[in-house]
Write a new protein. Sequence first.
Length: 298
Amino acid sequence: MAEIIQKDGTWTFDSDALRLTPGRDKGVGLLRRTLGELVVPLEALAGISLEQGKKAGRLRLRLRGGADPLLHATGGRLTEPHDPYQLIVDSDRYGVAEYFTEEVRTALLLDRVPTDPVAGYLLPGPSVPLSVSAGDGTASFDGERVRLEWNWKTEDAKAAAGARTLALADITAVEWQPAAGLENGHLRFTVRGAPAQAPAKYDPHAVELWGFKKDPLMALVAAAVQARLPHPAARDARGGDRPAEPGAAAAPAAVAAPAEDDHDALLRRLRELGELHRSGVLTDEEFTLAKQAVLKRM
């Protein structure tokens, strides 16, 4: 057995599986702490690497495509504090990290574990029931139904339509997208027979996310639903579009807007932030940080 214990977490390898336990350090992301311990079977791994820096390094696991519903639902968009497949390693523990890495690599070679994508999930995804409140609503999932409920920050027309209950059988896809720059994020469900998707602010099948602390937890809801949908390999076999693998570069959605349009968008963003601050959605600290980020762009 090989083991490495750090403030960021503890990784243990027993030749058949890796046990990833998040640490209690304040730098550990909320998603990792909520998700808890993960057991990753050796057959789900495509590789492991150690990146060394002057003060600290990083162990990284690379999973086979389609092995984990969390990675598929998030499309590789989990940032470092929330990514359960990264471990920060202190420089004085590089020797232990190198030994751990070699033990895993040797096992992968001896067991002849392939690196190609799998035809079914090898990890179960987050346990249910699960309920998360973030952005403009609350998303709950009991294994059979998704419940979307709105709060006082929801756009009026969307809130007026009332809460939504989506049967798993009617959901064809789920996506979690974090807020980035001026763009808000979302947790979105594609529902069979529903009209074309609207922006998350108006979409009754989506929760709009603004980049706050609990946003990553919505990824757990996405993963729990994804784990119970048909595996992507089955859709590929039917001739459907193949989903992008986590970490793959995405094609640009549109041509960049002219500079003057960017400036107008930044001004609108400042006004929106001011409104959120006055209404109590943003704390003083959150408002200051967000405003500084926009002003830097200007």
